[in-house]
Design a protein around this ligand. Structure first.
Ligand code: COI
Length: 374
């Protein structure tokens, strides 16, 4: 994806003057094993305000509580906001670790640029985020499969009803101790192809982490679950190009029509796919392992259907920060249901080995430059 942020100066955030105002009302923590996804919030959040002509104000760590906004704020009316999802882990020595956080900072800036929100120096924002993690360190879950989900969000607080350039904005970084995103955990989920609601199209916003990409798919998810699936598989165009599965990027492991085993995922080239950090990590690991080719390309759904008909689909899985690696068990398409073979979910399968490798790196058990100590 072109990097608009690299063409603009990245405005400074004065992280060396970060102020911490400790909460007077610490919350009770939920035991790790009872955590689901995104219901608990930690005691503190990071808040930084921006004004046109003045730049970023003093970053502050404050009690994670209500935020007061002008009712005309652009975020309420024109959905001018975007966000990030990243995770922090505790290793065996008790150190806090982040996974490829520079990729989140880069994507956060790219999303902001697309929405004409202000840019920022990602390294400086990351320093503020590390301090937030130090302040709420006791909140980070310690069990494997559990982590601290970080939610940086930037939104336009511009207080006018006219649709104008952003004159005021705010960054918040919120934190939530989390368990598995899907209640079922590492159990295959069902997808159904949605040809009715289009998640993304060339020239749209599919390649940025814009809330509108997610909010507008809730209806599709509702209809998918009424039909017995847990997520929609989004396609677009008469060719029904595969884009994403629910909130995840998607991968297919199969033998292609030339008899070659390969891992295929939709390309970022047409701008409809979110450049996921987990997606890129899967591509990087699969290339390093060299067991089969790794291909990023436009993928019409008929090719998926044909591979199922030939009996040459081995594994399908979704990837995302919240979901990590999510096995996919079946895809409903019109009146057909294509089932992934059971071997896809047995020890030794590619997706299980990948999951173990990613966890190993994320929890600092496998030394790797992607995992950085806070
Ligand atoms: C993530 O995977 O981080 C996301 O942003 C998806 C969201 C719906 C939890």
């Amino acid at each position: 994806m072109p990097s608009p942020s690299s063409q603009r100066p990245l405005a400074d955030i004065d992280f060396s003057n970060l102020k911490v105002e400790y909460t007077s009302k610490p919350r009770e923590k939920c035991p790790d094993e009872q955590l689901g996804f995104g219901k608990e919030i930690t005691d503190h959040m990071l808040q930084i305000k921006w004004r046109a002509g003045k730049g970023w104000g003093m970053p502050k760590i404050v009690a994670a509580t209500s935020v007061s906004l002008h009712p005309f704020s652009h975020v309420f009316h024109y959905a001018i906001e975007c966000y990030e999802g990243m995770k922090a882990y505790v290793d065996r020595e008790g150190n806090t670790r982040l996974f490829r956080p520079e990729m989140n900072m880069k994507r956060f800036n790219e999303s902001s640029s697309r929405l004409c929100l202000p840019n920022f120096n990602g390294e400086q924002l990351l320093e503020c985020i590390k301090e937030l993690l130090r302040v709420d360190k006791e909140w980070i879950p310690k069990r494997r499969g559990y982590s601290m989900y970080l939610r940086p969000v930037i939104f336009s607080t511009t207080p006018w009803l006219g649709l104008t350039q952003c004159s005021e904005a705010m960054i918040l970084v919120l934190m939530s101790p989390v368990g598995p995103y899907f209640k079922s955990g590492f159990v295959p989920i069902k997808l159904s192809v949605d040809g009715k609601y289009i998640r993304a199209w060339p020239g749209g916003t599919g390649n940025i982490k814009y809330g509108g990409n997610y909010g507008s798919t809730v209806i599709s998810q509702r209809e998918a679950s009424q039909g017995g699936a847990s997520q929609s598989l989004y396609v677009y165009d008469v060719e029904e190009y595969v884009t994403e599965a629910g909130t995840m990027n998607i991968f297919f492991l199969w033998t292609n029509t030339e008899g070659v085993k390969e891992l295929v995922t939709p390309t970022l080239d047409d701008g409809t796919i979110l450049p996921g950090v987990t997606r890129q990590s899967v591509i990087d690991l699969a290339k390093e392992w060299g067991e089969f080719g790794v291909v990023e390309r436009m993928l019409p759904f008929r090719e998926v259907a044909a591979a199922f008909e030939r009996g040459e689909v081995y594994e399908i899985f979704g990837t995302g920060t919240a979901a990590v690696i999510q096995p996919i068990g079946s895809i409903a398409y019109r009146e057909k249901v294509y089932e992934v073979p059971k071997e896809a979910f047995t020890p030794g399968s590619f997706q299980l080995r990948l999951t173990n490798e990613l966890y190993g790196i994320q929890y600092g058990e496998i030394p790797h430059p992607w995992s950085i100590e806070v």
